[in-house]
Write a protein that binds this ligand. Structure first.
Ligand SMILES: Cc1cc2nc3c(=O)[nH]c(=O)nc-3n(C[C@H](O)[C@H](O)[C@H](O)COP(=O)(O)O)c2cc1C
Length: 209
C-alpha cells in the first residue's frame, strides 16, 4: 500500500488557491488509488516543533558524535517524530504559495526540522553530502502559486526563489522524481482560465502519480 502525504503551507483555508488545486489532486489520486492512504499535514496547525536553541544544540551534539541530553534530547525526539511522519510517505504533495519571492516561513521551518544528519542526509568530508531518500522510490508533486510574479515577466515583478529553492532541497534529500503544478495568473492575466488549467494539470499529474 502506498502512502501519500500532503504538506500544506498556505494558511488561507477556503480562500487558498494552492489548497484548492491540491484538493483536486488528492480527489483524482484517491479515485485512482482507493487502496492508498492519505495524510494531510497543515503546517500551520501548531504541531510542527520549533527548531530553536535546544534543537540546534542537539543537532550539533549529533554532528559531534554525542547523544543530546535533557531539553536537547526532547527537542531531538520532536524533530525525529516530525521526520518519521514525513518519511512514512511514498508520495509527497506540497502546496506552496510564493511569499516575498520565496516560500512561507512555516515550510522553511518544516525543512529545518526534518533535514537532519542520519535522517535526510549524511555528509562525508571528501565526497560531500549523501542523499538518504535516494533510490527509495519516493515521488513529489508541488503546487506553486503566486499573484504578481509569473515566469514570462521581467524582474520588476520579482524573482522566483520559491521553486528553485524547494526543488533544490527535494533533490538534496534524494527525491528526483518531481512534478510541478503552477498557478501564476499575474496581475493582468485571466485568473479563471489559468486556474482551470492548473486544476486540469493537477488531475493529469495525480492520475499517474
Ligand atoms: C505574505 C505574502 C507574501 C506574498 N508574496 C508574494 C510575492 O512575493 N510574489 C507574488 O507573486 N505573490 C506574492 N503573494 C501572493 C500569493 O503568492 C498568492 O496570493 C498565492 O495565490 C497564495 O497562495 P494561496 O492562495 O494558496 O495562499 C504573497 C502573499 C502573501 C500572503
Amino acid at each position: 500500500m502506498t502512502h501519500l502525504l500532503h504538506l500544506s503551507a498556505s494558511p488561507r483555508g477556503a480562500a487558498s488557491e494552492s489548497l484548492a488545486i491540491a484538493e483536486t489532486f488528492v480527489d483524482t489520486y484517491t479515485e485512482r488509488h482507493p487502496e492508498d492512504t492519505v495524510d494531510t499535514w497543515d503546517l500551520w496547525d501548531g504541531t510542527l516543533p520549533a527548531f530553536g536553541p535546544a534543537a540546534v544544540g542537539a543537532k550539533m551534539a549529533v554532528f559531534a558524535g554525542a547523544d543530546p541530553q535533557g531539553e536537547e534530547a526532547a527537542a531531538w525526539r520532536a524533530a525525529r517524530a516530525a521526520f518519521d511522519r514525513f518519511d512514512a510517505a511514498d508520495r509527497l504533495l506540497f502546496s506552496v504559495p510564493m511569499w516575498n519571492g520565496g516560500i512561507p516561513y512555516v515550510l522553511k521551518q518544516f525543512i529545518d526540522v526534518v533535514s537532519q544528519p542520519g535522517m535526510v542526509f549524511g555528509v562525508d568530508p571528501v565526497e560531500g553530502y549523501t542523499h538518504l531518500f535516494a533510490g527509495r522510490g519516493k515521488r513529489a508533486a508541488v503546487v506553486y502559486t503566486s499573484a504578481v510574479w509569473g515566469p514570462a515577466l521581467g524582474p520588476e515583478f520579482g524573482t522566483d526563489f520559491q521553486s528553485p529553492y524547494l526543488e533544490d532541497w527535494l533533490t538534496w534529500t534524494g527525491i528526483t522524481d518531481i512534478s510541478e503544478i503552477r498557478f501564476h495568473p499575474t496581475l493582468t492575466g485571466d485568473a479563471a482560465e489559468v486556474r482551470a488549467k492548473a486544476h486540469a494539470v493537477a488531475r493529469d499529474v495525480a492520475a499517474t502519480f
